[in-house]
Design a protein around this ligand. Structure first.
Ligand SMILES: [Zn+2]
Length: 454
């Protein structure tokens, strides 16, 4: 029997970018979007076009350059937002308009200051308008998990009747519990007319550390799209972590018999690229892609791992793209090994660029015994930004701290070998911050901030 296919909707560039310190400029977003394409996500939420010219441009350039994935643009439930999002999506091969409107009484009363009747009408109008422009329309009742269930059913039914193709049940404040969230999805499936014709989506925040558990409960209850972000970044405590959701399904198909199109060996490179661009490090013990996720310190574990990795590993580091730490880069390494490691870190080069990276690598490797990922990332950054190569002075300079990328994941045989690496948290990211040209505070008023987001 075929396993149900789960649509992976990546919101790293939209919800993720809303996390403090995670702003990205247009070029950085495009670069990350290209990596998300390699990763195989089905939908890329590229931004919130009306929020700023920078967001608009980012959505526009991603829409114009990626042909395979669906590109979504976020809009609040009003014509101005929808029109702006649609304008940004003009070049997309597969555009999606994502319309959001809060539905919980607390949001209606204190934030939007509208009645339920007005909310219902506004949702209808916005979806009708979006549908007149784009066949693929997603509607998100914001704060759905704190919305009166009967009213939520009414709103969802109304937008489906008008033509929404995906309904996204947002646990905006990370309040839900797994069994409760699953039950909500089941209730919608039982009570809402026409829901079997559309895709039900999850969008869970991690305020109680349950974003992934809630998303998986949603899938078990019938949701077929999961909204998530690389490294679990997102508003406050973040979004459901893409890598955890994908690997939970892959490692435990007995409990989660679902398919995704994710190329799991691209998970680590994607995580590294995001950390490098935002300079926000990944916590060392982060599941799947943290630097300790495959490190074995205790002697008894090391002994077991050497005898048979299955003793302590439920998945291989290679399956999620963690580079084989036994591949040590030194002055005897060739171009091939260098290119491979660059690729594992999320950088693919044309021959001429690789020649330049290699030239500098040899100079550096001559000075220091072992070239760590951090040195390599610094060097790559220097080459790609057209620097003169003077920063690669024996790894002393930390001009470009590669957040979370400083250790090549020691496994049993080499555990602790790289323990003297500097931790990215010790390094000021001020040099890197200069390239982040669109801080959110510059382009979105507090009032607006308060009014949007799922
Ligand atoms: Zn959100």
């Amino acid at each position: 029997m075929d396993r149900p296919r789960i649509t992976i909707f990546d919101t790293t560039l939209r919800d993720g970018e809303q996390s403090p310190g995670c702003s990205m400029n247009v070029q950085e977003k495009l670069r990350l979007a290209q990596q998300l394409d390699r990763l195989g996500v089905d939908v890329i939420e590229a931004g919130f076009p009306i929020a700023s010219d920078g967001d608009f441009e980012a959505v526009q350039s991603i829409a114009a350059s990626l042909r395979r994935p669906i590109i979504a643009g976020l809009a609040r439930a009003c014509a101005g937002d929808v029109d702006r999002a649609w304008q940004a999506l003009q070049g997309a091969a597969h555009p999606r308009l994502h319309v959001v409107l809060a539905t919980s009484d607390i949001h209606l009363k204190y934030k939007l200051r509208i009645t339920r009747e007005k909310c219902l009408e506004q949702a209808r109008e916005a979806v009708r308008h979006a549908k007149s422009l784009c066949a693929d329309v997603e509607f998100s009742p914001e704060d759905a998990t704190r919305t009166d269930v009967a009213f939520l059913c009414q709103v969802v039914e109304a937008v489906i009747a008008i033509g929404a193709t995906t309904v996204n049940i947002a646990d905006t404040v990370g309040y839900s519990m797994p069994e409760e969230y699953g039950q909500l999805i089941r209730t919608l499936r039982e009570r809402v007319d026409g829901i079997d014709k559309v895709t039900i989506s999850t969008h869970c925040h991690n305020d109680l550390g349950l974003a992934v558990a809630n998303s998986l409960a949603g899938v078990q209850a019938g949701a077929r799209q999961v909204e998530c972000a690389i490294n679990g970044i997102g508003e406050r405590a973040g979004n459901a972590s893409l890598e955890e959701i994908v690997m939970a399904m892959r490692v435990r198909p007995d409990r989660y018999p679902y398919e995704t199109a994710i190329a799991s060996e691209q998970l680590f490179p994607s995580s590294q690229m995001l950390a490098e661009i935002t300079r926000v490090p990944v916590q060392p013990n982060k599941a799947i892609i943290g630097r300790n996720a495959f490190a074995h310190e205790a002697g008894i574990h090391q002994d077991g791992i050497l005898k048979n990795p299955l003793t302590y590993e439920i998945m291989t580091p290679q399956s999620v793209g963690v580079p084989d730490s036994r591949l040590v880069l030194g002055k005897h390494s060739g171009r091939h090994a260098l290119a491979l490691r660059c690729e594992q870190l999320g950088h693919q080069f044309e021959r001429r660029e690789l020649d330049e990276v290699y030239r500098r690598f040899v100079v550096l490797a001559d000075r220091i015994k072992k070239v760590q990922d951090s040195h390599l990332l610094e060097l790559i950054q220097d080459v790609t930004s057209g620097g003169d190569g003077k920063s690669d002075s024996g790894g002393q300079s930390k001009k470009f701290p590669p957040a979370g990328a400083t250790r090549p994941f020691p496994r049993a045989a080499v555990a602790g070998a790289n323990a003297n690496d500097s931790h990215p948290a010790q390094v000021s990211g001020s040099a890197g911050q200069a390239t982040v040209s669109i801080p959110l505070t510059d382009h979105r008023s507090e009032q607006e901030d308060y009014l949007w987001g799922v």
